[in-house]
Each structure stands twice: as C-alpha cells, then as structure tokens.
Design a protein around this ligand. Structure first.
Ligand code: PGA
Length: 226
C-alpha cells in the first residue's frame, strides 16, 4: 500500500487568529484520527508557524509543518529574508519552486538550486514544484509536486489520466521520489488522482483554506484506502 502525502499550501493567507481558528475547526473533524499511511503537511506563512507548532503539539494533531519559501542566502545582511536556519525547529518541510514564486518573484532554477542546497544543509525535507516533466529537480529532493499552471487556482483540475501520464514520466526520471499532483484538488476529485499508480499525493491550495473542506478532503483520501 503506497504512502499518501496531503500537502496544504495556505499561500499568503491567514492572520494568527484565523490560523488558530482553522486548527480548532480542523481538530474537531473525525479525520484527526489518521490512517498511518497518510501524512498531512501544512505549508503555512512564517508568521503563524510558532503558534501552529505549539497548538499541534498541545492537541497532538497528525500535522507536520512546512514553509512556502526560504531565502537563497544564509543568515546575514539580507533585509526582509528568512533563512533556513531561522525556521529550524519550526518546520520540517520547505516548499520550493512554486509557479507563483517563479512567475511573480522571478525565481530561477539557479536560485532554487541555492535554496534547495541550504534547505538540505539544514536537514529539511524539500517539496519541489515543477509544471512540466522537462524541468529539472535538484538532487536529494524529497517530494516532487507536478503542478500544471492552467490548473492552479482555476477550479479546473487537470484530467487525471493526463496528470498520471505526466507523473509517470517524472517518476521514471526520479525513481523512488514520491510525486504529487497539484491544481484545483478538492474533496470531490482527490480520489481520482491518488488512486493512479504514479500519483503519491496532492498539493492543495484553495481547498486547504477552509478547515471543513480540507477535513472532507482528508476523509476522502482515507476512504480511498477502505
Ligand atoms: P489550488 O492551488 O489548489 O488553489 O489550485 C494549488 C497550488 O497552487 O499549490
């Protein structure tokens, strides 16, 4: 039975209060008792990580934290940047190469390679996003997220058969690395993706913002094992 990764990406959303409310609502859902073959990774803004970490520990929730970015530099005179060592102990995963960061913030493969090196030096696990199978993935990436741009935030998920074909190509290039599909995943369509042989999980944006919708999505993943 394969392991399934459910990665939530909150993007630039949620105040500390909203994040705390999300966690309370989520922890009251039945999905909090989780199948051991499923991991939930929450990639949250830096500003809410300390609070989330404390609450997750206190409530003993099955959620692991990730960031959505890190600086391409180590600590030092880099105003406004958050380096990998600054989030050590707060997060286990670092999401890199999201198409929004490439497109809106000019992140290049070269810059992403630096970020990935720093993340690995800090013993973080890297989730690396690509929009096509031709894009190269840094050595030692832990999870690859295939995210076709046309499917991100549009409500129009890619056809699961096409997503499977692309994930299969990526799997052949990077054997042993779990491949996730991302782009308009919901509670309604998740099982169509995770039941495909080359898709080991999903990266979820919009449907992760509402705790009830996200809980339903986790429930759907659990029941696809039943
Ligand atoms: P979406 O976002 O689920 O809102 O399409 C996915 C992502 O950008 O990671």
């Amino acid at each position: 039975m394969k392991h399934i990764y459910l990665v939530a990406n909150w993007k630039s959303n949620k105040t500390i209060q909203e994040a705390a409310e999300w966690l309370s609502a989520f922890s009251h859902q039945p999905c909090a008792t989780l199948n051991k073959n499923i991991s939930i990774i929450l990639c949250a803004p830096f500003t809410v990580l300390p609070m989330l970490q404390e609450e997750i520990r206190r409530k003993n929730l099955p959620i692991v934290l990730g960031t959505q970015n890190i600086s391409p530099y180590s600590c030092g005179a880099f105003t406004g940047e958050v380096s990998a060592s600054m989030v050590k102990g707060l997060a286990e995963y670092i999401l890199l190469g999201h198409s929004e960061r490439r497109r809106l913030f000019g992140e290049t493969d070269e810059m992403l390679l630096k970020k990935s090196d720093l993340a690995k030096q800090g013993q973080f696990k890297v989730i690396y996003c690509i929009e096509r199978s031709e894009i190269s993935v840094p050595f030692q990436t832990d999870l690859i997220a295939y995210e076709p741009t046309a499917a991100i935030g549009t409500g129009k998920a890619e056809d699961p058969t096409e997503a499977e074909d692309m994930c299969k190509k990526i799997k052949v290039k990077y054997p042993g690395v779990p491949i996730l599909y991302g782009g308009s995943v919901t509670a309604e369509n998740i099982s169509e993706f995770i039941r495909r042989p080359s898709i080991d999980g999903v990266l979820v944006g919009s449907a992760s913002l509402d705790p009830e919708k996200f809980s339903l999505l986790v429930d759907a993943a659990i029941s696809s094992y039943a």
